[in-house]
Design a protein around this ligand. Structure first.
Ligand code: ADP
Ligand code: MG
Length: 639
């Protein structure tokens, strides 16, 4: 590159300095909204109204009933680096207001046509100042109530570069709404109104219930599923809500975190949040939260980001653990069963005689009503040793009856309701199991502890009555969870039983895959898979988890490789082992479509009770849905 001649260094004019500063602080209409709303909060307002037109490009007006700006200070208010909020540099380390740099109003005034009207309590009338592109044009008394109104028109009219970057009014309005939401969520005690093109979008009364304010924005889907969080440790208070894992989002935008009332984004805390939900949400889904952190101002530096969206904690590690711990503990004491809401959408209107004019084939038999009693001690069955064994039991008595359970849900009620066979011991096979359930009337079943505890339908789901209501369990998802928890515990204790193979199995792989397997030999050893080099691109599988002996080692290894190739470089050891355990549990679990014996069903249900989280499979899908008695009664119009 050719050298250019040295240029003369010049002091920039105040106007250019302000435009540069404006570039940093005022990126789009929503930035103006954020600054103005925060000023109103800082002014102690109890009511704030935001009005916008054309996505804020034509007009942004914020009106508050705060302390107002004394007439003689109006000029200073729009001068850069003039603020009433801090005095010296030490104050920077204990900032208790949103603003402190004194540059927002100066920046906004520089790139718009602005009218400020303000009146303090001890002034008889208000005072108005008109500023165009940074030039003060009119200063005169005006009539106005105590408080301040800031009107910003034609934003960026004198900075074409910025103007070019503006998106559609619709998009800008979206950003503004988000800015409004953040301030409104942080300050439920302030009455807040949002008007778009003179129409009311939000009218939020002041409230001392955070739940109400959250509900006003996000509706009952969110506000009915809030789980409260409260913790306090070494001067750091954490309070607010996380959401039942049955509600999640495809991105992390609904993670509202407020630090001393200021909305912040913090990667580390977002990570803590996803850690807390590990195994509860499907891959690619994000938790929703509304959390407030409160701590002494000097424990955090808020002066590290132009829009103050990010902050620096003095003790980030402690806050990370506190957040993670508080949520985890709360989950341990919360029933997280996915609620099987029978939404209006899902329920077809009743059509009495469809198609051929005949009465619809409604199932007439009823599932046994006997209450299921769970054993509280650990069942004698050890799933880690031979998880599939009970499922491999010969199914001799199946013929002719095996579909009667699913028939309950389909169109042949006569065949299931008329069997009327005496209930037999569940240990003798499927036929008895099916017929017993098909024919049993409420209360008819004998000793509950001996009867099968659920009905299998579609060879995929188990239907069960518990205190919560009618529970529908996904047999694969639940079994996967059980295996996952059991082998994870063993892996963590370093006790996963591994069997040396009598004849090690050679598996020939593409070079990259062979390499990655050997590189990760130690990780694989932790989950019970022993691998050794065998020359060329062949790897010997020499030992294998005892619990997986009826699975093909080569096939399992390929599954492992897939995981290593896709996630091996991005995940840390613990996450990788966890991913591998997910995969192994998935492969080892009974599948949808597997017919289960009554003992198998009973064993599954007993283990369900022992799971730390029986409600989600390791991938975060629900293992069960619950329909409460009330919900069913309502839907059937009984109540
Ligand atoms: P900062 O908020 O960082 O102090 P600003 O440029 O946003 O800087 O505001 C400058 C000053 O103007 C504030 O310090 C405050 O004294 C005054 N001010 C701004 N908005 C309001 C308002 N809505 N009500 C009362 N005073 C205000
Ligand atoms: Mg400010």
């Amino acid at each position: 590159m050719a050298r250019t001649k040295p240029k003369t260094i010049r002091q920039l004019s105040a106007s250019v300095i302000n435009k540069i500063a404006a570039g940093e602080v005022i990126e789009r209409p929503a930035s103006v909204v954020k600054e103005l709303l925060e000023n109103s909060v800082d002014a102690g307002a109890s009511q704030i109204e935001l009005a916008i037109e054309n996505g804020g490009i034509d007009l942004i007006r914020v009106t508050d009933d705060g302390c107002g700006i004394p007439q003689e200070q109006l000029t200073l208010a729009v001068t850069s680096h003039a603020t009433s909020k801090i005095i010296d540099a030490d104050d920077l380390f204990q900032v208790g207001t949103f603003g402190f740099r004194g540059e927002a109003l100066a920046s906004i005034a520089e790139v718009s046509q602005m009218v400020i009207r303000s009146r303090t309590e001890d002034q008889d009338c208000g005072f108005e100042m008109v500023i165009n592109g940074g030039n003060r044009e009119v200063e005169q008394p005006c009539g106005c109530p105590v408080g301040t109104s800031m009107e910003v028109r034609q934003l960026f009219y004198n900075t074409p570069v910025r103007q070019k970057f503006l998106r559609t009014p619709q998009t800008e309005k979206g950003h503004i709404t988000e800015a409004f939401t953040r301030v409104a969520l942080a300050n439920p005690d302030i009455k807040m109104t949002l008007l778009n093109n003179n129409k009311v979008v939000h009218q939020l009364p002041a409230t001392d219930s955070w739940r109400d304010r959250i509900g006003a924005f996000f509706g009952p889907e969110i506000s009915d599923n809030l789980i409260s969080i409260n913790s306090s440790h070494e001067q750091v208070g954490l309070s607010g809500f996380v959401i039942d894992p049955s509600v999640s989002r495809a991105n992390n935008r609904m993670q509202y975190l407020f630090l001393n009332g200021r909305y912040i984004r913090d990667r580390s805390l977002q990570h803590a949040l996803s850690e807390a939900y590990r195994g509860l949400l499907m891959v690619g889904r994000f938790p929703v939260c509304f959390l407030r952190l409160d701590m002494p101002f000097e424990m955090v530096d808020v002066n590290v980001h132009p829009a103050k969206l990010e902050v620096r904690f003095q003790n980030g590690g402690q806050i990370y653990s506190q957040l993670l711990g508080a949520i985890r503990n709360r989950f341990l004491t919360t029933d997280l069963t996915a609620k099987g809401h029978l939404s209006r959408r899902q329920v077809e209107p009743f059509r009495p005689f469809p198609g051929n004019g005949q009465a619809p084939a409604e199932p007439t038999s009823q599932v046994s009503q006997n209450q299921i009693s769970f054993q509280s001690e650990k069942p004698s069955y050890d799933w880690t040793q031979a998880p599939r064994q009970p499922f491999a039991a010969p199914q001799t008595a199946v013929a002719g009856h095996s579909n009667s359970a699913s028939a309950l849900m389909t169109a042949e009620p006569a065949t299931v309701s008329t069997h009327g066979m005496p209930s037999a011991s569940p240990t003798t096979g499927n036929a008895e199991f099916d017929t017993q359930y098909a024919g049993a009337q409420p209360g008819e079943a004998e000793n509950p502890s001996q009867t099968p505890t659920a009905l299998q339908v579609f060879n995929t789901y188990l239907i069960n009555e518990t205190e919560e209501g009618m529970v529908i369990i996904d047999q694969h998802a639940l079994h996967e969870r059980i295996i996952y928890e059991q082998i994870r515990e063993k892996v963590l204790e370093g006790q996963l039983e591994s069997q040396k193979m009598l004849v090690p199995e050679p598996v020939t792989l593409p070079p990259a895959e062979a390499a990655i397997v050997l590189e990760n030999a130690e990780t694989l050893r932790r989950i019970g898979i022993g691998v050794e080099p065998f020359g060329g691109d062949t790897v010997l599988v020499s030992s294998y988890p005892a619990m997986l002996t009826n699975h093909n080692p080569a096939e399992m290894l390929r599954g492992v490789i897939e995981k290593l190739m896709s996630d091996g470089s991005t995940l840390d050891q613990r996450d990788l082992v966890d991913e591998l355990l997910h995969m192994i549990s998935c492969k080892a679990a009974i599948k949808a479509g597997d017919k289960l014996t009554p003992e198998e069903i009973t064993a599954l249900l007993e283990h369900r009770d022992l799971c730390q989280d029986a409600h989600h499979c390791p991938h975060g899908r629900p293992t069960s849905l619950v329909f409460s008695r009330d919900e069913l009664d309502k839907k059937f119009k009984r109540i």
